[in-house]
Design a protein around this ligand. Structure first.
Ligand code: TXA
Ligand code: MG
Length: 328
């Protein structure tokens, strides 16, 4: 793996976490901004660094399944099935929280989001943090995506340094994130599986493991604030355009400074348009998406036009992020 942090750097980062500091670290989805989940003063620093509202719950990252009972008071059979199928991996499970989980982690709700990430640097950090004793106090790292509130999640250590720089005590480098969009979030706290945020792992894959359908959120579902509002947004206004309408839109906007993200090469003869060709396959598209949006955002264009990807289930996670990026 290129640019990977050394074991000494990871051990130092674990010591920073134990001392109540902030460490940004790579996961397979996006970079996280981590703090000791059992230390409210440390967790408060996450909210301050991000400018994030206090009632937004955080995902607790753990090194192994044996640590789950410290955070969740009920671990239903469905959680064991999904953990066996997808962990370590880009899946977050929302379970009933255990006694003693700080309110600042759960946003005051009776549930907690939990995930075992698949990135080797993240796993080594979580293990070093938990220490030889394993299931002691230092068992979970609360980590949202390591971006300012509402902005695009970082998929490289450079993105984190550019956006949060001085606000973190250490940034571990694990290269570019493989998946590129945030984890799928499934609520299992109310006796059935509910999709709170789409990601690379699809509802069909979850349903195949559980043998039951995955529901959409109803009014009683746990709040997943970051997944509800305008989010993942560049500063430049972004519009989603059906593929068939892209050429006409560009003609209408002729002479203006426009950026385009499309799953095709640029047509010849375009002027004043910065064209970014995106991969056709969903995994590669997601892997590059946030870096592409950051690049286009930095050009100082009037508008970013994104050719709408196919409206099919495999693209649900990507389409969800693009829709939010276009909503302000
Ligand atoms: O891939 C990911 O999940 C990344 C990496 C770093 O693990 N993390 C991430 O964290 O995306 P964040 O904070 O940016 O998004 C977490 C989402 C938010 O929408 C939050 O509302 C939801 O998870 N969430 C966390 N705990 C929850 C809970 N107890 N109930 C409902 N939603 C929860
Ligand atoms: Mg986020």
């Amino acid at each position: 793996m290129p640019n990977s942090s050394t074991s000494a750097e990871i051990a130092h980062a674990a010591a920073i976490l134990r001392a109540g500091g902030l460490v940004a670290f790579p996961t397979e989805t996006v970079y996280g901004l981590g703090a000791d989940a059992s230390n409210p003063a440390a967790v408060a620093k996450i909210f301050a660094a991000k400018g994030r509202p206090q009632d937004h719950p955080l995902i607790v990252h753990v090194a192994g399944l044996e640590l789950l009972p410290l955070w969740a008071r009920e671990i239903p059979a469905a959680a064991h099935l999904l953990a066996a199928a997808f962990w370590p991996g880009p899946l977050t499970l929302v379970l009933k929280r255990a006694a003693g989980v700080p309110d600042c982690v759960t946003g005051g709700q009776d549930t907690v989001g939990l995930r075992i990430p698949a990135h080797p640097v993240a796993l080594e950090l979580l293990k070093a943090f938990a220490g030889a004793a394993g299931a002691g106090r230092y068992s979970g790292v609360a980590a949202p995506s390591a971006n300012r509130f509402g902005r695009i999640s970082p998929t490289s250590a450079g993105h984190v340094r550019a956006e949060l720089g001085d606000a973190v005590d250490a940034v571990l480098d694990g290269g570019d994130c493989d998946v590129g969009i945030e984890s799928t979030i499934i609520d299992l706290s109310r006796g059935r599986a509910v999709l709170l945020r789409p990601g690379q792992i699809t509802p069909a894959q979850i349903a195949a493991v559980l043998g039951t359908e995955v529901d959409s959120p109803d009014s009683g579902a746990p709040r997943a604030p970051g997944a509800l509002e305008s989010h993942y947004a560049p500063r430049t206004p972004l519009q989603l355009v059906p593929a068939a309408e892209l050429a006409a839109r560009l003609t209408a906007l002729r002479g203006r400074k426009i950026a385009v993200l499309a799953r095709a090469e640029a047509p010849s003869g375009l002027k004043d348009v910065y064209w970014q060709a995106a991969p056709r396959a969903v995994a590669e598209y997601a892997h590059e998406l946030y870096a592409s949006l950051r690049r286009l955002d930095d050009l100082g264009c009037e508008l970013i036009l994104v050719e709408a990807p196919p409206a099919v289930p495999d693209w649900q996670g990507v389409n969800d992020r693009l829709r939010r990026a276009s909503s302000n």
